[in-house]
Ligand binder design. Structure first.
Ligand code: PEP
Ligand code: MN
Length: 369
C-alpha cells in the first residue's frame, strides 16, 4: 500500500515545519479554548490535546475522557484549526471518529504493543483518516515498522511518524533519549513517510525544546509536535515540558530551516565530489573490515585447535585502551571509537563462536558424501 506524501494529505498549506501544538491534556473547556485561540492567532493550523492519558502510575490525571472530544469540536468550529488526539484502543477509535477528529495519533506505549496495534488497525479498516505513529518506548525500529505496516495493510494511506525519543537506562539530559540513528534509519527505509519530531517528550523540560527542534530541522523532519499550554506551570500532566503559545512563537521564529536541496549547480557539484570521496572511504572501510574478520576467523581456528577460550579480557581491554588513545590524537571522540571497536570485537566473538560450534565446516568438500 502506498503512503501519500504529506502535500497530498489535504492539510492547510504550510511551509516546513508543519506545526502541531496544544496541551499535553485537555483539562477544562476554558483551558482548551484559551490555548487554541492563542495558537490559531499565531498561525498554528493543527491543534493537539490528549483526551485519554496513558500514565505510568495509576492515580495521576488520566484525561477527561470522551467529554473532551466536544471541546475539540468547538476548537475546530471556532478557530478553523484541525484537531488531533491519541487513540489507544478500539473504543477511542470509534469515539474520535464519531466526534469528527481530523487526525489520530498512536502513543509510544501503544506502538510497543502489537496486539493493540492490530486491534486499532482492524477498527480502522475502510476509514480514510490521517494517522501519526509515535515511536515505541524502547529503541526498536522493527516494532515501529510493524505498527506502520499494520495500519498500511488496513488500507490507511495517510500515515506519518512522530519521533518522541526512547526510554533509556543511562542517565541523560533528556527525558527520552533521542537516539537519532533510529529515525534516520527509518527515513532510509521509508523515504515516503512524513516525519514529525516531538521535542517536548524528548526533552522533558522547557530548556531543550529549542535545540531539539533545531536538530530535527537539520535532520530534515517535516514537522514538529510541541506541547503548548495557556498556563504550563498549572498543567495537570507534563507541566515541566509544556510552553506558552508566546514561547512557541519565539522558538519557531528562531528556527533555522535550511533548504533540503540546493538549486545552485556549483554547490551541488561540490557536494557530489565530497560524497564521491565518502563512498571511496566507505569502500575502503568495508575491505579493511573484511580483512580484519578473516584474521579473526583464523585466530578462531587456532583457539579451537588448542582449546583456548574465545574471550580474552586482558587482550580486549588493552586493544580498547590503545585505540581510544590513538583516536584521541586523531581528534576522534572516545564514544565514537569505543562504539565502533565494541561492534568489531563483538562480531569477531560471534564469528569465533560459530567456528567453535563447527558452523564453519573445515572438512574438505571431497569427504562430504
Ligand atoms: C503525549 O503526546 O502526551 C504522550 C502521552 O506521548 P507519548 O506517547 O509520546 O508518551
Ligand atoms: Mn505529554
Amino acid at each position: 500500500m502506498n503512503i501519500k506524501p504529506i502535500s497530498e494529505w489535504g492539510l492547510p498549506a504550510a511551509n516546513r515545519p508543519l506545526i502541531i501544538a496544544g496541551p499535553c491534556s485537555a483539562e477544562t473547556p476554558e483551558q482548551v479554548m484559551a490555548t487554541a485561540h492563542e495558537l490559531a492567532k499565531r498561525g498554528v493550523t493543527i491543534f493537539r490535546a490528549g483526551i485519554w492519558k496513558p500514565r505510568t502510575r495509576p492515580g495521576n490525571f488520566e484525561g477527561v475522557g470522551a467529554e473532551g472530544l466536544q471541546w475539540l469540536k468547538r476548537v475546530k468550529k471556532e478557530t478553523g484549526m484541525l484537531t488531533t488526539t491519541e487513540v489507544a484502543n478500539t473504543t477511542h477509535v470509534f469515539e474520535t471518529l464519531k466526534a469528527g477528529i481530523d487526525i489520530l495519533w498512536i502513543g509510544a506505549r501503544t506502538t510497543s504493543n502489537p496486539f493493540a496495534m492490530q486491534e486499532i488497525a482492524d477498527a480502522l479498516k475502510g476509514v480514510d483518516i490521517p494517522i501519526l505513529i509515535k515511536n515505541p518506548v524502547n529503541p526498536d525500529i522493527e516494532l515501529w515498522c510493524g505498527a506502520i505496516e499494520r495500519l498500511s495493510d488496513a488500507g490507511i494511506s495517510r500515515i506519518g511518524v512522530i519521533h518522541r525519543g526512547f526510554s533509556s537506562l543511562s542517565k541523560s539530559i533528556y527525558r527520552n533519549d533521542p537516539v537519532w540513528q533510529i529515525p534516520i534509519e527509518l527515513r532510509r527505509r521509508r523515504p515516503d513517510l512524513p516525519m514529525f519530531c516531538d521535542p517536548s517528550h524528548i526533552s522533558g523540560n522547557r530548556k531543550l525544546i529549542e535545540p531539539v527542534s533545531q536538530k530535527a530541522m537539520d535532520l530534515n523532519f517535516d514537522g514538529l509536535m510541541i506541547e503548548t499550554h495557556i498556563d504550563p506551570d498549572c498543567a495537570l500532566s507534563d507541566a515541566k515540558q509544556q510552553i506558552t503559545p508566546e514561547r512557541l512563537t519565539e522558538i519557531l521564529d528562531k528556527l533555522v530551516v535550511r533548504q533540503r536541496e540546493s538549486k545552485d549547480a556549483k554547490l551541488t557539484e561540490m557536494l557530489e565530489e565530497l560524497r564521491a570521496h565518502i563512498d571511496e572511504y566507505d569502500n575502503r572501510l568495508l575491505e579493511i573490515l573484511e580483512q580484519r574478520m578473516d584474521i579473526a576467523k583464523q585466530i578462531g581456528q587456532v583457539k579451537k585447535q588448542n582449546s583456548v577460550t574465545i574471550y580474552q579480557p586482558g587482550r580486549w581491554g588493552a586493544i580498547l585502551k590503545t585505540v581510544v588513545e590513538k583516536g584521541q590524537k586523531k581528534g576522534l571522540s572516545d564514544n565514537f571509537i569505543e562504539a565502533i571497536f565494541k561492534a568489531i570485537h563483538q562480531e569477531s566473538i560471534n564469528l569465533q563462536t560459530e567456528i567453535l560450534n563447527n558452523l564453519h565446516d573445515e572438512t574438505p568438500t571431497d569427504f562430504r558424501g
